[in-house]
Design a protein around this ligand. Structure first.
Ligand code: MF3
Ligand code: CO
Length: 251
């Protein structure tokens, strides 16, 4: 069963998502060449705790940090460390916040300085694919309408969606039903209802969709070493237009 949130629960989800947006806005000031990824982790964790929240990722299945920082060929789940942010990179930052018993989850990819034309197109296609998916978040549509909208947009631009990782329902748990693949057939899957809340997160590769997990047990990277981008929003299904609870992280 896909959970349907009450008005009270939705209010709490909005508060959690607001703290997440504030965290991104604060962190963005520091995302520039020369900074170590572990510094970004520290800044984000402090912002979350300052707002009364807890980083959702820290300790999740043993994950050792508060955020994920995934650079270029790293797709998702990059562990912050001594790596230094450099010009020309795509830096994807994924953050989860737990506030008053509710999780919110969002990710944004940042181009550092001048990006190649191909990397710019990859980022823009991934961002737009996310919004194509969000547009399908309407009561009465079916789940894989979202998946199909994302896949169609990405493949029309010559890129590939990652298959092995999916979006998800979110609320009292960071990962709730349903799983939301970034590929699928339209008019299939469960019907969407007002009060459902989804974390939609296309991961898009410039080359093939195949990925591997590094020896650290977390970092997912492209098999062919080509770059990847990732954008994610927490989205509420309503009676009308979808409400993007994490609106504002993309500036
Ligand atoms: N935002 C990711 C997700 O939705 C990251 C969670 S993995 C973690 O699954 F270990 F870093 F928490
Ligand atoms: Co997520």
């Amino acid at each position: 069963m896909i959970p349907v949130k009450t008005e009270d629960e939705i209010r709490s989800m909005r508060e959690s998502a607001n703290l997440l947006v504030q965290t991104f806005k604060h962190l963005e000031e520091y995302i520039e060449p020369g900074i170590k990824t572990k510094k970004l982790d520290k800044i984000a964790e402090e912002a979350i705790r300052f707002g009364g929240g807890v980083p959702s990722f820290k300790g999740y299945r043993g994950y050792p940090a508060s955020i994920c920082v995934s650079i270029d060929e790293q797709v998702v789940h990059g562990i912050p460390g001594d790596r230094i942010i450099k010009e020309g990179s795509i830096v994807s930052i994924d953050i989860g916040v737990l506030l008053n018993g509710f999780h919110s989850d969002a990710a944004n990819s940042y181009g550092i300085g001048e990006l190649s034309e191909a990397k710019q197109q990859l980022m823009e296609s991934t961002r737009t694919a996310l919004h194509r998916g969000i547009r399908k978040c309407r009561a009465g549509n079916r789940l894989y309408d979202i998946s199909n909208a994302i896949q169609t947009h990405v493949e029309a631009r010559g890129f590939q969606v990652v298959r092995e990782l999916v979006g998800h329902g979110i609320g009292r748990e960071m990962h709730e039903e349903p799983q939301i693949p970034n590929y699928g057939s339209p008019h299939h899957g469960p019907k969407l209802k007002p009060g459902m809340i989804f974390a939609i997160e296309p991961m898009v590769n410039m080359g093939g969709y195949e990925v591997n997990v590094l020896e650290d047990g977390w970092t997912v990277q492209t098999q062919d070493g080509k770059p990847s981008a990732h954008f994610e929003h927490t989205v509420l299904i309503t009676d009308g237009k979808p409400e993007i609870l994490t609106l504002g992280i993309e500036n």
